[in-house]
Design a protein around this ligand. Structure first.
Ligand code: PGA
Length: 258
């Protein structure tokens, strides 16, 4: 199995100055021998600063969004070509973009295609809303999001999937390990149908939604996740580093990195 991955999604938080303080605090507290892949996803405005400050061996950088064209008259947008200069990763299809900014699976698909063309690594978010869950539509929604977002994408070596049930994001109520496990298994079986067993098994699937230092270990142990996409708890160096350390201890115990 490959390394566990812990990504911090800062969302619309932190000025450049605050970003600098947070990165320094994380780096000071992070052990040098950590065997977990760590990614920080600051807002566009801090990408350059965070990229400059991070030690590429232990922390990688990602953007939270990208446009689907490389350049041109698209006021306010940022292209894969532009972020490629600053980072290796990009989050695409986060539920906040889908729900607040109206991103459809078609748009998500265009963004993935454009980002892959520039050699970026992608964290693709999928997950059902509370209403969809209550109507028993969880699996259907995950299938729709995955198949449409990955339509015509032939290879997914550079794509990590994040299962992020919308009802668990920022609510302080994480999915139970059982709900999380079910979501991960649904994603893996759809990937298997689409890309075959080998690819399905080797694709990293993260969980996101109120992950914190208290619940990360159970999620890793019982839900079979390959890491986490962390929102709120990534804004505090102590809790973010604690999540990383616990993941590191888990992977040493279980030999996840062999
Ligand atoms: P949260 O956010 O950890 O604050 O729930 C996760 C996410 O939206 O990626």
């Amino acid at each position: 199995m490959s390394k566990l991955l812990i990504a911090g999604n800062w969302k619309m938080n932190n000025t450049v100055e605050a970003a600098e303080q947070l990165v320094r605090a994380i780096e000071e507290n992070l052990e040098s021998t950590i065997d977990v892949e760590v990614i920080l996803c600051p807002p566009f405005t801090s990408l350059s600063k965070v990229a400059e400050l991070t030690n590429k061996n232990s922390i990688k950088v990602g953007a939270q969004n990208v446009y689907h064209e490389q350049k041109g008259a698209f006021t306010g947008e940022i292209s894969p070509e532009m972020i490629k200069e600053l980072c290796e990763y990009v989050i695409i299809g986060h539920s906040e973009r889908r729900l607040i900014l109206g991103e459809t699976n078609k748009i998500v698909n265009m963004k993935i295609t454009a980002a892959i063309n520039k050699g970026l690594n992608i964290i693709l978010c999928v997950g059902e809303t509370l209403e969809q869950r209550e109507r028993g539509k969880t699996q259907e929604i995950i299938r729709e999001q995955l198949t449409q977002s990955l339509s015509d994408i032939q290879r997914i070596e550079n794509i990590t999937i994040a299962y992020e049930p919308v009802w668990a994001i920022g609510t302080g109520i994480s999915a139970s390990t059982m709900d999380c496990k079910n979501g991960i298994e649904t994603i893996r079986s759809i990937l298997q149908e689409m890309y075959g067993e080998l690819t399905a098994q080797s694709t990293k699937i993260l969980y996101g939604g109120s992950v914190n230092p208290q619940n990360i270990e159970a999620l890793l142990r019982e839900a079979g996740i390959d890491g986490g996409l962390i929102g709120g708890a990534s804004l505090n160096a102590e809790s973010f580093v604690s999540i990383i350390n616990k993941s590191n201890i888990f992977s040493q115990k279980t030999g996840s990195n062999d």
